[in-house]
Write a protein that binds this ligand. Structure first.
Ligand code: ZN
Length: 166
């Protein structure tokens, strides 16, 4: 692809304990990490027209989520969000990636092509809102802050993780 691997962060829109094989890595509501393949270069069907050269990580959550102020009865859990930051850090270390918008994106950001890679028509929160995974991490957060929070947390683990004995 002539570019770094991209890590895309999703939610499933399903239940906290419901796994789908459309993602390489799934994190259940209790923070457990499941890997659906032994080859992260497998092309999954997770991020429309962006699957080649990417790894899809998902949080099992957001069943019946309505919008940024109502993430439904099964919103992302704190332990799940924390695990996601750790998974991003581990993958970014393994793939030698800078943890920034160009390499680590929420599906909400990817759907609106916020990395400037015009892979498809916009279909995220800035346009049709067809997909808005992790646009916010918690109900009532300022819309659009999910990706920055995840990248910030993952960069924290990258900088300080081994000092904290995780
Ligand atoms: Zn998604």
């Amino acid at each position: 692809m002539g570019r770094d691997v991209k890590l895309y962060c999703h939610w499933t829109g399903g239940h906290h304990n419901q796994l789908f094989s459309d993602y390489h890595i799934s994190i259940t509501g209790d923070g457990r990490v499941y890997v659906s393949t032994d080859d992260l270069s497998d092309v999954k069907n997770a991020t429309y027209r962006r699957n080649t050269g990417s790894v899809a990580i998902t949080l099992c959550c957001a069943y019946d989520a309505i919008g940024p102020d109502d993430l439904g009865p099964e919103p992302p859990t704190e332990i799940q969000l924390n695990a996601l930051a750790q998974v991003i850090c581990v993958l970014a270390d393994a793939l030698d990636l800078t943890i920034d918008l160009n390499r680590v994106m929420t599906h909400a950001e990817a759907a609106d092509n916020l990395d400037g890679l015009y892979a498809h028509e916009d279909y995220g929160p800035d346009s049709t809102c067809e997909r808005w995974d992790l646009w916010v991490l918690r109900e009532g957060d300022r819309p659009g802050t999910g990706g920055d929070q995840l990248r910030g947390n993952a960069n924290w683990y990258r900088a300080y993780g081994n000092l904290q004995n995780i």
